[in-house]
Design a protein around this ligand. Structure first.
Ligand code: PLP
Length: 391
């Protein structure tokens, strides 16, 4: 057959996307599947965002924008980073608007890694970091976090993963799938490690708006002495329920952003023009929508954690942030894949097996509570019934 590039060895299709296909197939067969395997808010995008994008389209805003992004959106992002995150970048040289946070992450990794280089990724982690590294010929080195430590990262753990090829470290806070929110002590250790070994920090803050119980999101780039080595990634998918819009951004020091801009210019040129207009409206006029969604996530979190804890051998802590419950299933004696299979067969509920999230993920399953209350209550009923006839 035709030859494909070597870079695909070890790169699998996204496990969570594959699950979605199983769900769609079962539904076609008439099974009433309650799907908690994905990571997509069920809310509609705030009306003001939709109205702005529609009016941009109708007003003829259908052309290329500057590849960095629309000046209005760059300005709004710069303002947001300064006031909400304590991150100071020049909107003219320190930000690129990208078609999704995913694309921003790919661009960031492409900007700092050569083939053969290594990037440390604390795991369990979102499935795409290692795949992206592999696609550009680099290697993700897992730093395995432990449930017993609350999935906190330590300098000692990082030091153990360092080689002479290490160039960067990926940090995701609030984290998918664990829900952990970076704390100050942890941040200080990460920064000291990155500075001492001259590493770039690639920080994925896509869940920053979704934090509970008084936890506060902390942007690493706001800490003294690291702005020059930190690329901050964020996007509109989760905070504003805008997954289908594909809109995100990359922010950081001028010299790194100047190189990243070449990746953007030679691949996608720019994010869609009217979508960027919607982005301006999101940043400047959707605070109430965000507050309402957070309130709703708090209720849904309760429903989900309670339902899980009803199952014998399952123990689920309240996540600090994001919209995933990452339940410890070790007491059931099942692997995460077997547990997920059991929930599918006996309750028609789909969850993501922890093994999909890399080292440290086994022994857990992830349930997304970005689903509607009806769905979550249905899951609660099914799990209660299952608990009665367990296993
Ligand atoms: N980063 C993390 C940690 C995510 O969970 C996701 C979505 O699942 C993304 C990035 C991708 O976001 P976007 O829709 O902007 O590509």
């Amino acid at each position: 057959g035709v030859r494909v590039a070597q870079r695909f060895s070890g790169v699998e299709r996204s496990a969570t996307v594959a699950l979605l296909e199983t769900v769609q197939r079962l539904r076609r067969e008439g099974v009433d599947v309650l799907d908690l395997s994905g990571g997509e808010p069920d809310f509609t995008t705030p009306q003001t965002v939709i109205a702005e994008a529609v009016s941009a389209l109708e007003g003829g805003d259908t052309h290329y924008t500057p590849s960095r992004g629309l000046p209005e959106l760059l300005g709004a992002i710069g303002e947001k980073l300064a006031t909400e995150n304590g991150v100071h970048v020049d909107p003219a040289t320190g930000i690129i608007v990208t078609p999704s946070a995913k694309q921003a992450l790919f661009t960031a990794l492409m900007t700092v890694l050569d083939p053969g280089d290594e990037v440390i990724v604390p795991t369990p982690a979102w499935v795409s970091y290692p795949a992206m590294a592999a696609l550009i010929g680099a290697r993700a080195v897992p730093a395995e976090l432990r449930a017993e430590d609350g999935f906190r990262l330590s300098r000692q753990l990082l030091e153990g993963r360092l080689t002479d090829r290490t160039r960067a470290l990926v940090i995701n806070t609030p984290a998918n799938p664990t829900g952990h929110v970076l704390d100050g002590e942890e941040a200080a250790e990460i920064v000291a490690f990155a500075v001492e070994h001259n590493l770039v920090l690639i920080v994925d803050e896509i869940y920053e708006k979704i934090v509970y119980d008084g936890h506060r999101h902390l942007s690493l780039a706001s800490l003294p002495g690291v702005a020059e080595r930190t690329l901050t990634v964020n996007g509109f998918s989760k905070a504003y329920a805008m997954t289908g819009w594909r809109l995100g951004y990359l922010a950081g020091p001028g010299p790194l952003i100047a190189q990243a801009l070449k990746v953007q210019e030679h691949t996608v040129s720019c994010a869609a023009s009217f979508v960027q207009r919607g982005g301006v409206a999101a940043l400047t006029g959707a605070a109430d929508d965000i507050a309402a969604m957070l309130k709703e996530y708090t209720v849904r979190r309760e429903l989900t954690v309670t339902a899980l804890n009803a199952l014998p051998g399952v123990s689920c802590a309240y996540p600090e942030g994001a919209f995933y419950a990452f339940a410890d299933i070790r007491g059931t004696g099942l692997t995460s894949a077997a547990f997920a299979q059991l929930l599918l067969e006996r309750a028609a509920v789909t969850v993501a097996p922890g093994s999909a999230f890399g080292a440290g993920g086994e022994g857990h399953v992830r349930l997304s509570f970005a689903a509607s209350r009806d769905v979550l209550e249905g899951v609660g009923e099914r799990l209660t019934r299952l608990a009665e006839e367990w296993p």
